[in-house]
Design a protein around this ligand. Structure first.
Ligand SMILES: [Zn+2]
Length: 242
């Protein structure tokens, strides 16, 4: 019974949290997220917040193992939820790390990037959000730079609606791994969700190598999302492993 009550409370707070208006601008923007709702308090007092600037001075060479990514399912629908363009993924894609299995739920986009590398912003960053059975979160970040047209984005870019919460089916077969760079070298650090409620304890993995997209493609994403990147947060006691 206790367990049931606890899950109702969690569901309740999520429902409430999502009904609070937050944005990237003005009085509901990132500076004020922690004051908009008591459930958003970590946005204000958290010490391990994301995004961060991945800076040379905070790097530690840890000889990380290659990420064990097994994406075996397809992207199903795309939706503009008013904060980001989000692509939902069918069951069956996993990230294995720290002896745990994390299931890929969705990926979404930020223009410009949220994390920066040596102070440098990229025009776009994708976040692949994975959740384990016990509710732990792992996010893979992929940077985009301007170059040739991205074939994976092309498979759903025309289905993106400016109308909020209108889900559209992705007709082409798109495996989420098509959006990952060839080189699997990455930075690893502890962080948080970059949107309210800014929950901490998130395992972050940002690929060093960006992938390419055309100027026209960037326009499609940035026209709909606008500037939807939270400013970088203090790194505090954290280190970045590579
Ligand atoms: Zn994100």
């Amino acid at each position: 019974m206790k367990k049931i009550l606890a899950s109702i409370a969690i569901l309740g707070s999520f429902a409430f949290a999502s009904s609070v208006n937050w944005s990237y601008h003005g009085h509901t923007g990132p500076k004020y997220w922690g004051d908009l709702n008591k459930n958003f308090i970590m946005c204000k007092i958290g010490q391990n917040q994301s995004p961060i600037d991945i800076n040379k001075k905070d790097l530690i060479k840890a000889c990380l193992n290659p990420l064990n990514i097994k994406y075996n399912s397809k992207a199903t629908t795309v939706v503009n939820n008013g904060h980001t363009i989000k692509v939902n993924v069918a069951k069956g894609s996993y990230l294995y790390v720290d002896g745990k299995k994390f299931e890929l739920k969705q990926f979404h986009f930020h223009t410009p990037s949220e994390n920066t590398i040596d102070g440098k912003y990229f025009p776009m960053e994708a976040h692949f959000v994975h959740i384990s059975k016990d509710g732990k979160i792992a996010v893979i970040g992929v940077m985009f730079k301007i170059g040739k047209e991205n074939k994976a984005l092309k498979k759903f870019q025309n289905a993106i609606c400016s109308k909020i919460n209108k889900k559209k089916e992705i007709k082409a077969y798109l495996n989420p791994s098509e959006l990952l760079p060839k080189s699997r070298d990455y930075y690893r650090f502890n962080g948080s969700l970059t949107t309210p409620p800014c929950t901490e304890g998130v395992r972050w993995f940002v690929f060093k190598e960006p992938v390419e997209m055309s100027k026209e493609q960037l326009k499609i994403f940035s026209n709909i999302m606008g500037k939807n990147n939270r400013p970088t947060q203090p790194i505090n006691a954290r280190k970045v492993l590579y």
